[in-house]
Design a protein around this ligand. Structure first.
Ligand SMILES: [Ca+2]
Length: 344
């Protein structure tokens, strides 16, 4: 069975309660690029909050956020949240290539009103990214960030569709690296954690909507380790409900987003599961276990099926272990954390 020794080691340290060693790891933190579809659902906001909380604790370093969305207010919303967490300079990337019809004016492609929260968060919270086009090209940003990191170090987390990851994979050498996208990923990415698909089989929106081709291109051709977090895993883990409402800082944009989304009725935590796994691993198989035997077969329509043979790809998917209610509490406690002003 293939296992990631680093994740197991960190998980073992945490589970054994070894604060000295964990503190030693905190000085660096796992370098993460988050690729999120900040628009319709609110778990993207929840996962960004979890990532900031883990960064506050020295467990992660946020290299950049890729905004894979057509929501014109998405990037500014991300910048406002990053600014609230005292990290106003985290670079933000958007898709500047391969728009559906480049001859059309961009307002036919970019949309407003996709989200119940992005515009309000952008209007109510300070930030300095003032327009969608001010954000960087996602492909260039991915390449710049990967080129500057050590070999086999970066963890990419995707919690939306894979358009920008496909553009990275298929990218050519540029001013940041003489390597192709494929070779750059092979050299620099340690792990891709992907919210997408159902396991052992099914059809899930990140994989089939709006860009199933990107799934069909990226998953079979990814030249590094990938772990999938399926729809069935995050769905029963409810966060952002009444406990969150009572305990979150009222001035937080995370609180505001969950209020705007559904008045704290609670929401599934698909995207938060990926962040927690990406940074903490399985914690010695206490949070989840990983099915490593086999690979994820993708159909052209974006549906997927886990096939246990052949076992010649470095692919796995998360399997429920800890009770969803316990995971909800862990995630809610991370989601209520505010900024740590003395850091960064
Ligand atoms: Ca998402």
């Amino acid at each position: 069975m293939k296992k990631n020794a680093w994740i197991l080691y960190l998980g073992l340290l945490v589970s054994l309660g070894c604060p000295a060693e964990v503190v030693a790891q905190k000085s660096s933190g796992i370098p993460v690029i988050l690729d999120a579809d900040i628009d319709s659902d609110v778990d993207d906001v929840g996962c960004l909050a979890v990532l900031h909380a883990l960064s506050n604790q020295g467990e992660a370093v946020i290299l950049g956020v890729i905004c894979t969305t057509e929501d014109i207010d998405g990037p500014a919303c991300v910048d406002a949240i990053n600014t609230y967490f005292s990290r106003p300079d985290i670079p933000i990337g958007i898709n500047k290539e391969a728009r559906p019809d480049p001859s059309q004016p961009k307002w036919l492609y970019l949309r407003s009103g996709l989200s119940k929260y992005t515009r309000t968060i952008a209007q109510e919270y300070p930030h300095d990214l003032n327009s969608y086009d001010q954000a960087e090209c996602a492909t260039s940003l991915y390449r710049r960030l990967l080129a500057s990191e050590p070999q086999n170090s970066v963890v990419i987390i995707t919690v939306g569709h894979l358009t920008n990851l496909k553009n990275l994979l298929l990218s050519d050498p540029d001013q940041y690296s003489p390597l192709s996208g494929f070779a750059l990923i092979q050299q620099k990415v340690r792990l891709w954690v992907c919210v997408g698909g159902r396991y052992p089989q099914g059809k899930e929106p990140n994989f089939y909507r709006p860009d199933p081709e990107s799934t069909w291109v990226v998953v079979p051709n990814w030249p590094a380790q990938v772990v999938f977090s399926g729809w069935e895993l995050g769905n029963p883990i409810q966060t952002g409900g009444s406990w969150f409402k009572q305990n979150a800082p009222k001035e937080s944009p995370i609180y505001r987003a969950y209020e705007l989304y559904n008045q704290f009725e609670g929401r599934a935590s698909w995207d938060q599961t990926a962040v927690l796994y990406a940074v903490r691993g399985t914690m010695n198989d206490t949070l989840w276990s990983v099915q490593w035997q086999g690979y994820n077969h993708i159909s052209p329509d974006g549906s997927n099926e886990w096939k246990t043979n052949p076992n010649n790809k470095d692919q796995g998917y998360l399997v429920e272990k800890m009770a969803p209610a316990q995971l909800s509490q862990i995630l809610d406690e991370l989601m209520i954390q505010g900024p740590v002003l003395s850091r960064d």
